[in-house]
Design a protein around this ligand. Structure first.
Ligand code: NAD
Ligand code: MG
Length: 357
């Protein structure tokens, strides 16, 4: 069968998601890489159009893609997400931060554009697949699983002196530095909670987070009749990347099939919100709405960078974020420029917090 070529623009091509995406793209002749961008590493020759730094929407304008894979890390991915959604171009979204900070604006742009929004985050890809074709009324709750990160089971006292190297040693996923630290603080699951709220139009009290150390079950949906659908698979981002890039075809991948008879057991527990306050802070920021999720994200980006630089202890990350949320006004952004202002103001407040921590 002859399939039409899908023209892909890959933003964040040198990162963990970006490199795994290149592997999937090169395995499928019908996926054509037309543009690639990175933040600072050179990528000459990787695609017909390449760009290092600069304005990502300029590159997208020139590339005329059928699908944008946004695998940039952090707030820097915002404009590319809004640009793609507004135009009804398919968006494969790894950059969860853009949906967290711009929730209502992004969803409004998506509705105007009318294109596909395919989550690449493994939990959201899983939930998307469990929800496909079901009515919203039939859904009771969405359950997101968290590995618990490298510090699962530790007390606050044991976390006082942990180093960046320890925080970066994730037990089940091999990822970029920012999301690895976010997994160690549980901020990542907090961002994912807000991401899920916007992606699936579910109120926060219908989204639960459970700790599941082996990362085999990525998400579950409880339906009103008592049935539960779960999505399982080995933790390998090439699966959700391939799902998004080859949707709706679900092409083959090199990932091994799940071995059940080998003795697979699945364990779930409640998250420890006292030791890992970032999850509760994110839930509160999400429930408050307005620019609170944007403030949460900005303060977290500043605090994580300071922790990785050795300027802030691990437990200081949540302190800086909590103080910044208290100090910021949180008013709803009317447009993208107000969001950029809220982000900048939150970064100033958080830098001040890092300075006195
Ligand atoms: P990474 O740090 O490995 O890579 C980030 C990429 O973004 C790099 O290519 C970098 O050059 C690029 N970048 C940074 N700033 C940029 C800018 N201003 N303009 C253009 N490019 C820029 O990060 P990652 O782990 O690949 O994560 C990327 C995104 O995917 C994050 O939002 C993360 O939360 C999400 N995500 C990652 C994983 C994973 O397994 N790594 C899983 C789920 C979600
Ligand atoms: Mg995830």
């Amino acid at each position: 069968m002859h399939r039409p070529v899908k023209r892909i623009a890959l933003l964040g091509a040198t990162g963990s998601i970006g490199r795994q995406s290149l592997e999937i793209i090169s395995a499928h002749p019908e996926l054509e890489l037309v543009a690639a961008a990175s933040g600072s590493q050179p990528i000459d020759g990787l695609a017909p159009l390449t760009q290092v730094g600069g304005n990502l929407t300029d590159l997208l304008e020139r590339a005329e893609p059928d699908l944008v894979l946004n695998a940039v890390v952090g707030f820097a991915g915002l404009d590319a997400t809004l640009w793609t959604l507004e135009r009804g171009i398919a968006l494969a979204l790894a950059n969860k931060e853009s949906l967290v900070v711009a929730g209502e604006l992004a969803i409004a742009a998506w509705e105007r554009g009318g294109g596909l929004l395919l989550p690449v985050d493994s939990e959201h890809s899983a939930a998307f697949q469990c929800l496909e074709g079901r009515s919203r009324e039939s859904v009771d709750t969405l359950v997101l699983t968290a590995s618990g990160g490298p510090f699962r089971g530790k007390s606050r006292d044991e976390l006082v002196d942990v180093t960046p190297a320890e925080a970066l040693a994730h037990p089940t996923w091999n990822m970029g530095p920012k999301i690895s630290v976010d997994s160690a603080t549980l901020a990542n699951k907090g961002l994912e909670l807000i991401e899920a709220h916007f992606l699936f139009d579910l109120p926060y009290d219908r989204i639960e987070v459970v700790v599941h150390p082996s990362s085999i079950v990525h998400a579950l949906i409880r339906f009103r009749d008592g049935a539960v659908l779960a999505h399982l698979g080995y933790p390998d981002m090439r699966v959700p990347i391939s799902f998004a890039l080859t949707y709706p075809e679900r092409a083959a991948t090199p990932i091994p099939q799940l071995d059940l008879a080998g003795g697979l057991t699945l364990e779930f527990t409640a998250p420890d919100l006292e030791t890992f306050p970032m999850l509760a802070l994110a839930r509160r920021a999400g429930e408050l709405g307005g620019t609170n999720p944007c403030v949460f994200n900005a303060a977290n980006e500043v605090a994580v960078a300071a922790f990785l630089d050795g300027r802030l202890p691990f437990l200081g990350i949540a302190e800086v974020v909590a103080e910044t949320l208290d100090a910021a006004d949180g008013a709803a952004p009317r447009d993208r420029d107000e969001l950029v202002e809220a982000d900048a103001e939150a970064r100033r407040l958080a830098e001040r917090g890092v300075g006195v921590a």
